[in-house]
Design a protein around this ligand. Structure first.
Ligand code: 4NP
Length: 161
């Protein structure tokens, strides 16, 4: 069997956007029976929330769709990630900029915006909900879940008609 595709979703704190995206993508992959084809993890460029569970508003937004992310813990992006993953999929342009700046020469990983990589529009960003409302978290969930669905659709073997 081919090597799994290794995706790391990256945001700033790893407690809002990237854990929601990780949860959504894991759930959709499982639903499609593709969980062995793709390895998913998430990380933050900042270190403020290392070891912390996702923000309670992230956990609630995911739980409203039957997805549990309460066991995830924040971690910071590190040099090994540029070797261990195929793609570092970033929540917004500022994160993408910081990831590219930290990328060592000869890294195997490539970096892109998550929504753009998922085919949801050029330069599309996921707004940081940290200082926002619960509605902002629900908005993020809809975005990352749509991205997860698009990614899984692209990876799914075509059904014989
Ligand atoms: P995230 O949101 O990048 O979507 O996880 C944030 C979480 C925490 C902080 C910033 C953004 N912070 O500054 O602590």
């Amino acid at each position: 069997m081919a090597e799994p595709l290794r995706l790391l979703i990256v945001c700033l704190g790893n407690i809002c956007r990237s854990p929601m995206a990780e949860g959504a993508l894991r759930a959709r992959l499982r639903e499609a029976g593709l969980e062995n084809r793709v390895m998913v993890d998430s990380a933050g460029t900042g270190g403020w929330h290392v070891g912390d569970p996702p923000d309670p508003r992230s956990i609630a937004a995911a739980a409203a769709h039957g997805v549990g992310i309460g066991d995830l813990r924040g971690r910071r992006l590190h040099a090994g990630d540029f070797r261990d993953f195929d793609w570092l999929l970033c929540a917004d342009r500022s994160v993408l900029h910081d990831v590219r700046a930290a990328m060592p020469a000869g890294a195997r990983a490539q970096a892109a915006l998550l929504l753009e990589w998922a085919g949801m529009g050029q330069e599309a960003e996921i707004p940081d909900p940290y200082t926002g409302s619960e509605d902002d978290f629900r908005h993020v969930w809809r975005k990352v879940d749509a991205a997860a669905a698009a990614i899984v659709q692209r990876l799914s073997p075509r059904r014989a008609g």
